[in-house]
Design a protein around this ligand. Structure first.
Ligand code: 4AZ
Length: 307
């Protein structure tokens, strides 16, 4: 092959890589554009069916993922949750980092990450507003089936971790047994189509058996698990909680992914199983060039040298 053709191939390859980095699967998530008013008195609970913690030890792991500009006031651009897994890395859902109903990733400049803010609408002296350097979504994320609903935001600068307002959380490395009681933390709607709370809320749910998760929806697949409370169907995550943490025994075990409404009787919430994606997370949380890409590049260069 002539030298010019090889250079052309190399440039084309780099463009394909760039394109791959900026595209992702169709996104089913609905953009949160308006805040509905709560029908007061109709709902017993404040996440859906959640509570205000008396001792808040988990919100320090949670960040608010927001659009680039507030609409009217601080925090009204919140659309998803995320978890701090290292000072520069936020783990979230793929559907939070993709443009709606497209395979395209949002631009890093169109997302901001707010850490150290237990109250969504109030900037405190612990509040850290972070810019995004790089966005990654799982290569096989599928917005129709919601398989592989996992994504990473790499920040431009590290979050200052003080152990109180902002702190990394450890990942759960192995499967969590059924019936384990876990906690979702988030600023998601307090009931289906309801308002978003100011304070991050907790909801305790237990891990259900896979056979039950798959009996409720055909979407259930590898890399997911489902949770709820058999005695209280209102205990659930909801939109705005998406991408945020489900924490079991102090570790990050699930990422809020999807559901059939929120708090609907006999329909659990579905979570991305963090322990199924440990290798993917490790591969994508740093700037290292993937080994398979290195080898393709090396082949091209060796080819050029040989001819
Ligand atoms: C959502 O729309 C959503 N009940 C997230 C979680 C659940 C439902 C909906 C789980 O982002």
């Amino acid at each position: 092959m002539v030298f010019g053709a090889k250079i052309f191939l190399l440039i084309a390859f780099c463009h394909i890589l760039r394109f791959e980095t900026y595209t992702c699967a169709l996104n089913e998530s609905k953009k949160i554009s308006s805040v509905h008013s709560a029908e007061s008195g109709k709902y017993t609970f404040l996440v859906t069916g959640g509570y205000r913690p008396t001792q808040d030890t988990l919100t320090k792991h949670l960040v608010s993922i927001r659009g680039p500009k507030e609409i009217k006031s601080f925090g009204d651009n919140h659309f998803c949750g995320g978890s701090i897994i290292s000072p520069k890395v936020i783990l979230t859902a793929a559907h939070c980092v993709c443009k709606r109903k497209t395979r395209f990733l949002k631009e890093p400049s169109k997302i901001i990450v707010v850490a150290g803010t237990p109250k969504r609408c109030e900037a405190a002296n612990t509040t850290q507003i972070m810019k995004v350097d790089r966005i990654v979504r799982h290569t096989y994320y599928n917005p129709k089936t919601l398989r592989n609903d996992i994504g990473i935001l790499v920040l431009q600068k590290p979050i200052h971790e003080d152990g109180i307002s902002a702190q990394s959380i450890n990942l759960t490395l192995s499967l969590t047994p059924y019936s384990t009681v876990c906690t979702v933390v988030g600023w998601g709607r307090v009931f289906y189509n309801g308002p978003f709370p100011n304070q991050a809320l907790y909801v305790n749910v237990s891990v259900f058996e896979d056979s039950y998760c798959s009996s409720v929806t055909k979407k259930f697949a590898y890399g997911m698990f489902c949770c709820g409370d058999i005695y209280d169907h209102q205990r659930d995550s909801c939109s705005g909680d998406s991408g945020g943490p489900l924490i079991c025994n102090g570790n990050l075990t699930g990422i809020v992914s999807f559901g059939i409404g929120c708090g609907t009787p006999n329909t659990p919430g579905y979570y991305t199983n963090v322990s199924s994606y440990i290798d993917w997370i490790r591969k994508n949380d740093s700037k290292k060039i993937r080994p398979e890409i290195l080898s393709i590049l090396a082949n091209i260069f060796i080819g050029i040298n040989v001819v």
